[in-house]
Design a protein around this ligand. Structure first.
Ligand SMILES: Nc1ncnc2c1ncn2[C@@H]1O[C@H](COP(=O)(O)OP(=O)(O)O)[C@@H](O)[C@H]1O
Ligand SMILES: [Mg+2]
Length: 203
């Protein structure tokens, strides 16, 4: 590799202006693959690695998430951590679709997938962690049909997170029903997520 990970992370120019985040520039060996509420994520071209570069007001999460990936090291359901720095992590690039993308594209999610996710979370619990922030954009079904869970930054929080239990119950009570559409537009999914966040969906 020509550039070090820390130089690649530095090439990512992020602007934070009046609480709005924008991505200004990044090295051409990076391919933009996603963003969340705390970071931009890139694939490092011609490698199987991804670099997660945290927003300027979220850099503190980098160390916390790195420590948690260390605790999960060796569990195949989680990406391996290769390096971390002040504002970035380098982990396995995951080839596949998030559960969110599966719903949008109409790719079926099976009860076996759900059981495997449960197993992934159980293994994290056995390491003393409290899996939190488990939602559709943080879980992948890979092209080999394996489950991968990312974005583990909140796994050490003490507060109980109900999201996964709620998702699971929606899966069995609604998604699996024959009448329920298996392909759902992004706008509807975002609408349901917004209602859920406001506690407007009876669970
Ligand atoms: N290792 C990875 N491989 C492939 N895509 C990824 C990877 N990590 C993150 N992504 C994509 O980037 C998005 C944001 O990453 P995430 O770690 O969840 O950031 P945040 O902490 O801001 O939510 C994910 O929802 C996913 O679509
Ligand atoms: Mg996320």
């Amino acid at each position: 590799m020509l550039l070090t990970y820390s130089i690649l992370a530095e090439s990512v120019k992020i602007r934070l202006h009046q609480k709005k985040i924008s991505l200004l520039d990044y090295d051409e060996s990076l391919e933009f693959i996603g963003e969340g509420r705390s970071a931009y994520v890139f694939r490092i071209r011609s490698t199987n690695k991804a670099i997660k570069v945290f927003f300027p007001d979220h850099v503190d999460i980098a160390r916390e998430e790195a420590e948690i990936y260390e605790m999960l090291r060796g569990i195949s359901y989680y990406p391996t951590l290769y390096e971390s720095g002040r504002n970035y992590l380098v982990i396995d690039y995951i080839e596949g679709l998030t559960l969110f993308e599966c719903l949008v594209q109409g790719i079926p999610i099976t009860s076996d997938n759900i059981k495997e996710i449960d197993q992934a979370l159980l293994l994290a619990k056995q390491k003393g962690l409290n899996p939190s922030d488990i939602h559709l954009r943080n879980i992948f079904i890979t092209s080999e049909k394996e489950i991968k869970v990312i974005d583990v930054a909140r796994f050490r929080q003490t507060k109980k997170c109900r999201q996964w239990n709620d998702l699971k119950s929606a899966f069995y009570r609604v998604y699996l029903k024959r009448f329920f559409p298996k392909k759902i537009p992004v706008s509807i999914l975002n609408f349901i997520a917004a209602l859920y966040k406001r506690k407007l969906i009876p669970m």
